[in-house]
Design a protein around this ligand. Sequence first.
Ligand code: GLU
Length: 558
Amino acid sequence: MNTIDYEKLAELLFPNVTQTVDDMEKLYPPRNLPEGAIVSRLAPSPTGFVHLGNIMQGLTSERLAHQSGGVLYLRVEDTDAKREVAGASEMLIEMLSHYGIIFDEGAALDENGNICDKGAYGPYKQSQRAFIYHVYAKKLVREGKAYPCFCTEEELEQFHAEQEAEKANFGYYGKWAKWRDRPIEDIEAEIAKGNKWVLRFRSTGSIEHKFKYNDLIKGEVDITENDIDHVLLKSDGIPTYHFAHAVDDHLMRTTHVVRGDEWLASLPFHIQLFQALGHKLPKYVHIGTLMKMDGTSKRKLSKRKDPELALSYYKSEGYPTESVVEYILTILNSNFEDWRRANPTAPLDDFKFSAKKMNAAGSLFDIAKLSDVSKNIISRMSADKVYDEVAAWAKEFDAEFYAEFTRDPEYTKAALSIGRGGNKPRKDFALWSEVKGYMGFFYDKYYDVNGIYPENFDADTIRSALRKYLKVYDPKDEQTVWFDKIKDVAEELGFARETKEYKTNPDAYRGHVGDISSFIRVAVTGKQNSPDMFSVMQVLGEDKVKERIEKQIERLRG
Ligand code: GLU
C-alpha cells in the first residue's frame, strides 16, 4: 500500500470523523501550571468493588499532585460495559471522598448525587469520549500505523492453538497477523458484507530489541519491545485500555501515571503507542501488589478470601478514615513511621510524600498494625469528635446502639472523656464497632447483670464486700478518700489494704484490695475490665451506682 491508500483506508473506516488531531489539541491545551507541578489522576473502572488498591493509588496521586501545586482528577474508565455495575461510579466517588481524596476536577457528583463533569478536560467518562478516540484512530490509520482486522473469534482461537503447538509466543503478529498487509479491496469487500472489524496497531517492534526504562518506584526496568499488533478499538468502536490511556493521559495533560504494577507488562506497548501518536510519555509510578501473610508465606490479597480488601469493610466495621489513611501512608512511604514518631500530632500535610520512598516490591498489609495505628489516633481525638464519629457510624450500622448512645449526648461525652486528654491517653478501641463493648455498660440496655466475678471468691464474700462498700460509698468523695474506703472494706474482711502486703505474705490474707475493687467493678459495670472506676462511678451517678450494687447483693444472695 502507498500513502494514498492509507488516506483512503482512513476515510473508509472513519467516514464521519471530520475533526482532526489539531482540533483536539486546541480543545485540550497544555495546562498553565508552574514548573514541577504534577498532574495526576485516578482512573478506576466502575466495577462496584472499591478496594485498597484504589485508595493506595488515589493517595499516591493525590499527594504527588497536591504537594507539587498540581492537579488531581478522576477519570472513570468504563470501556468494559460487561464489567460495569449500575451506580458504581457514584459509589466510587463517595467512597474516595470519605477517605479524603478530593479531586480538583473530573467525574464528580452534583447536588442531586448524579455524575457530572467538573473541569475543562472532560468528558471524564471514557464511554463519552468515543469521538476523541476516533480522531486519533483515524490519524494512525492515515499514517499507516493501524489497520482493521476482520478475524473471527474462531480464527483467533485457531492461531492460539497453532502457537501452542509450535511453542511460539501468543498473540497477533508475524504470519498470524493476517490482516496486516491486505489490499484495500479485501477490506472494502468485508465492509460491504457488513463484517465487523477491530482496529489493530501496526507494531514495528521486535522482541530482539531490549532497552531500559526508569519507573519512579521500580527504578530501572528492562523492557523488551512489543511485537504484537494489539487491538486499539474493539468492534463496537470502544477503545481498549491501552489506546484510551495513550489518548486520555495525553489530552488531559497527565504528567504522572500512578497505577498498579499489573500494567508493567503492557508498558512496552504503551511506550510504542505514545511514540506512534507523537505524545510525550508521562512518568510512571507502578505500585506493587498488596500482600498479606498467610501462615508463614506471603500471598496477594484476594477479593474472594479477604474481606479487608474492600474499602466498604473499613466503613462498616467503623475504622476512622484518618486511621486508614494514616496506615496506608505507612505502607506507601518507608520514612512515614519515623516522621510520625518525631511529629506525633502534626497534620498529614506536613509529611513530604515521595515516590522514591515507595516499596518496589509488593507491600505487606497487616490489619493488626492498622488497629494499633487506629488506637493511637482515636486516643488523641477529643470526646466530642469521638462522639460525632461513633454517632455517624452507629446511625448507619447499629441503630439500636445509636439510640442509646445519642439519647443524652452530655452523658455519653462524659463517659467518652474518661482517660482522654493528658500525656498518656487510654488506647481502648481501634474501631467504632468496638465502642459498644467498651462502654455499653453506661446504658442499662447493655449492662450485664450477670457479670462474672473473679472465680476464686465465693458469693458470700463478694456480697459482704459489696454491702460494706454500699454503706460507706459517698459520690462526693474525692479520689483518695474514695480509694481509702475500698481499702477499709478490704481490711475489715481480712483482705490486704495494699497489693504489696499481700504479695509478701499471701497466707495472711484472703486476698487484697484489688480483689475488692474487682467486685465493685463487676457490680457496677458488669465487666472485669473497664475504664477508671472512680470516673466511671462519677459519670454513672449515685443512683445508678447504688441501684446496680443493690441488685448484685440481691443476686448474690442466691
Ligand atoms: N482502569 C485501569 C485500572 O483500574 C486504570 C489503570 C490506570 O490507572 O491507568 O486498573
